[in-house]
Design a protein around this ligand. Sequence first.
Ligand code: FES
Length: 177
Amino acid sequence: MQSETSSPLSRRQLAAGAASLCCLASLPSHARGHAPSLAVGDFLMPAQGKDSALLTESQIRNGDTAIMCWPVSAQTHQPRMETPYNRLWVVRTQAGFRGYSVICQHAGCLVSDWDSKTHRLTCPCHGSVYDVEHDGAVVGGPAPLPLPFAAIAVVDGHLRLAGGFSAKVGGHASRAD
Ligand code: FES
């Protein structure tokens, strides 16, 4: 694990990051139900590859790139790998950086496919397709709800969580549906 080199996140910086996405100000109480380990201020670490460096703004220069990440505690510097519900697809949308859940809203499979041309995420199990430029809206397949996302702020060049998920994470139907 690379040591943290940036200064701690100040209350003012966190407030600014959270305020940048107004929907997070009214998070329902169940929003963290399946991702209890996420915390505001968490760093992000790419989930694939050998490099355990913390994710920086420069790694996602435009909307064509999506990187699956684990959140990393700002206090312990340990990745929060205790549940797959913590993983996020980090993307740069026209509304700013966001971290979309990797758990399909249909029956809970891994949303594993990123299309850099359409900026959509697809679940291979039954073909649900989510549009990251439109708040994770379902644009194909059987998923009943949009893909939840968390706001991400840029602090000293690092991408850090600025809020919890926008809705309950996880499958809302059995895999036989
Ligand atoms: S679990 Fe993703 S489309 Fe069914």
